[in-house]
Design a protein around this ligand. Structure first.
Ligand code: MV4
Length: 620
């Protein structure tokens, strides 16, 4: 079990984070990368880097053969899978071991034991771990499932046995919807996971998502490092994670910890793992699933325990006993993490792609930013658009919360639209601030797009004016001290256009982060980043292409289906095209009542942002 050179079979922030600890412990590190990632910082940081293929994950980060080939040719003798990609693929873990590589993760059998929800739940029930009441049986007929669902009682969750992390999961509230939900869930599960097997669970509403970090060594020691609360999720993407949970006291922690340790023990676990529970409003808790990897949100546990979980993974992998016994684990203060994404929270959370022009992570007291960024790096459509994780630690929850909020304000990220401002609003929401947010939080509260303030328009115009003032000689600027003629500057945000008149006197405080990207200026004011188009020298919007019966791709993606034919009449709001990007399907709808004139794309075609897909003639 000795090893010297670790290949990190991942990318981005987690690859960098794993390599930092590996290097600090004296190991050599090998990065693997697709063509899209050749300039990424983690690749430069590694001692060696191997290209594994083109950008699509199937031909790079998910391709077992290519990763193993890279391990062999680089002389690596251990593999760290990070999270996602191949991290919970038992066949990959087994293939590593067969090649004589140390897999830095659990044994293949332990991964497999948790890979199927039905089998996992049956084992957990046998081990005395409390599970959500439900059905995880072999009879998968519509009739059996419907009967069992009625026995469990509505509302019920229909989940794909092979799914995980909320994928392939649907809530059924009315009896009338039951059969249809079972059939759709089965079909979806078949296509997404290659198995249509379903389980049923009583839906626990208004619960908290509380997960326990466990660690096991190869000498029979299994301990837990407390919990994380990940109740604030959107479409089962975690948005905020914290430790400890505001809903868990020492006694509950001890009981949930014992259940999690029992879960790990019964499957012969090794290394870092996370046991997910739902914590009901009545204080009852239920096993949901186990994640057999290091998780995205592990830094909040590191913050309050003072431990390096990657260091622990490497120590377990080389056969050491766990560095601490259960009664030596201390929890100190509170930590909160948010996931900073290139996405537009005010446009259906559409993933955003493009160049990060300026990246300056915050560095206040108690603040940690885990990222894989640098100025000029491109967020490509091929991978998850997470930019960074920002984590704040404080002696109290309130201190952690305010530190994190300030850190987000201080983080400069100019380029694609991000969820930074949305995160600041979430952290400031009274319900979250009070520690009361449950799994229902993001479903209940809406966060409408904020208006671009008067100050923001003026600031953008002033900055543009200053830039041109710096570029052009004084006589051409349209004003002199002796001639304070206002300069007209026309700006647009989306379809809103404003003509501003900037006088030297108006140019007050232009101390804001900004970046000029071609005809656009991206301006950050009080944590709200807005991209303004400078239209001063452009023809009016109406004369430009667009806004006139042309449906364009809102992002890079693949055409999944075309719902209309040329010549067909369509109504405003009707879905014309389904576009898939970042595994999410987007229904692209008609903006007006119209007749379809032509369709410029085919099903299965890859299209880039702003490509014209459908041309229509207005019917009024
Ligand atoms: C549930 C549930 C309620 N009842 N299962 C979501 C992620 C996955 N690991 C498990 N998840 C859930 N499973 C039952 N039987 C609630 C969640 C859940 C959730 C649901 C809706 C909206 C936000 C949520 C956040 C965390 C967990």
């Amino acid at each position: 079990m000795t090893f010297r050179k670790i290949l990190v079979a991942n990318r981005g922030e987690i690859a960098w984070r794993v390599m930092r600890t590996a290097k600090a412990m004296g190991y050599r590190t090998v990065a693997v990368h697709s063509d899209a990632d050749k300039d990424a910082p983690h690749v430069a940081f590694a001692d060696e880097a191997m290209r594994i293929g083109p950008p699509p994950v199937g031909e790079s980060y998910l391709d077992v053969k290519r990763i193993l080939y890279a391990a062999r040719t680089s002389g690596a003798d251990a593999v760290h899978p990070g999270y996602g990609f191949l991290s919970e693929n038992d066949a990959f873990a087994a293939a590593c071991e067969k090649m004589g590589l140390v897999f830095i993760g659990p044994p293949p059998a332990a991964i497999a034991a948790m890979g199927n929800k039905a089998a996992a739940k049956r084992r957990m029930i046998d081990a005395g771990v409390p599970c959500v009441p439900g059905y995880q049986g072999a009879d998968q007929s519509d009739a059996a499932l419907a009967k069992e669902a009625r026995k469990v009682g509505l509302p019920v969750m229909v989940k794909a046995a092979a799914g995980g992390g909320g994928r392939g999961m649907r809530l059924v509230e009315r009896d009338d919807d039951l059969l249809e939900a079972i059939r759709t869930a089965r079909t979806e599960a078949e296509s997404a996971f290659g198995s249509g097997e379903l389980i049923l669970e009583k839906a626990v509403v208004n619960a908290r998502h509380v997960e326990i970090q466990v660690f096991a060594d190869t000498h029979g020691n299994v301990i837990h490092l407390g919990e994380r609360d990940c109740s604030v999720q959107r479409r089962h993407q975690k948005v905020i994670e914290e430790a400890p949970s505001p809903a868990v006291d020492a006694e509950l922690r001890r009981r949930m910890g014992e259940a999690a340790v029992a879960a790990a023990r019964t499957i012969g676990y090794r290394g870092a793992g996370t046991v997910e529970f739902l914590l009901g409003s009545d204080g009852a808790f239920y096993f949901l699933e186990m994640n057999t990897r290091l998780q995205v949100e592990h830094p909040v546990t590191e913050a309050i325990t003072g431990l390096d979980l990657v260091e622990w993974q490497l120590r377990v992998a080389r056969g050491e006993t766990l560095p601490l016994a259960q009664d030596q684990v201390r929890l100190d203060g509170h930590a909160i993490e948010v996931r900073l994404y290139a996405e537009d929270p005010y446009a259906g959370f559409l993933p955003q792609t493009g160049r990060i022009d300026v990246w300056r992570p915050a560095d206040g007291a108690g603040v940690r930013t885990d990222h894989g960024m640098k100025d000029g790096l491109v967020i490509s459509p091929f991978y998850d658009p997470m930019i960074a994780k920002v984590i704040a630690h404080g002696s109290t929850r309130e201190e952690a919360r305010t530190r994190l909020s300030q850190a987000l304000r201080d983080t400069i990220v100019l380029g694609p639209t991000t969820n930074r401002h949305f995160l600041i609003r979430l952290l400031g929401h009274p319900e979250f601030a009070a520690g009361k947010a449950t799994t229902a939080f993001l479903g209940i509260h809406s966060f409408p797009a904020p208006d671009v303030s008067e100050a923001h328009w003026t600031l953008a115009a002033s900055l543009l004016w200053q830039q041109s003032a710096a570029r052009f000689p004084a006589p051409l600027r349209g004003w002199r001290n002796s001639n304070p003629e206002p300069t007209p500057i026309k700006l647009a945000v989306g379809d809103r256009e404003r003509l501003l008149h900037i006088r030297p006197d108006d140019v007050a405080n232009t101390n804001a982060p900004f970046y000029i990207d071609g005809n656009d200026i991206i301006v950050d004011l009080d944590g709200h980043t807005v991209r303004f188009q400078d239209r001063t020298y452009l023809p009016p919007a109406s004369a430009q292409a667009g806004g006139d019966g042309k449906l364009r791709a809102p992002m890079d993606g693949r055409i999944v289906s075309i719902k209309v034919d040329a010549g067909e009449k369509v109504v405003r709001g009707q879905t014309l095209i389904v576009l898939e990007a970042m595994k999410i399907q987007h229904q692209l709808k008609a903006a007006l009542d119209a007749t379809v004139e032509s369709i410029a794309v085919k099903e299965g075609q890859q299209v880039s942002n702003r490509t014209i897909l459908v041309t229509m003639a207005s019917s009024d």
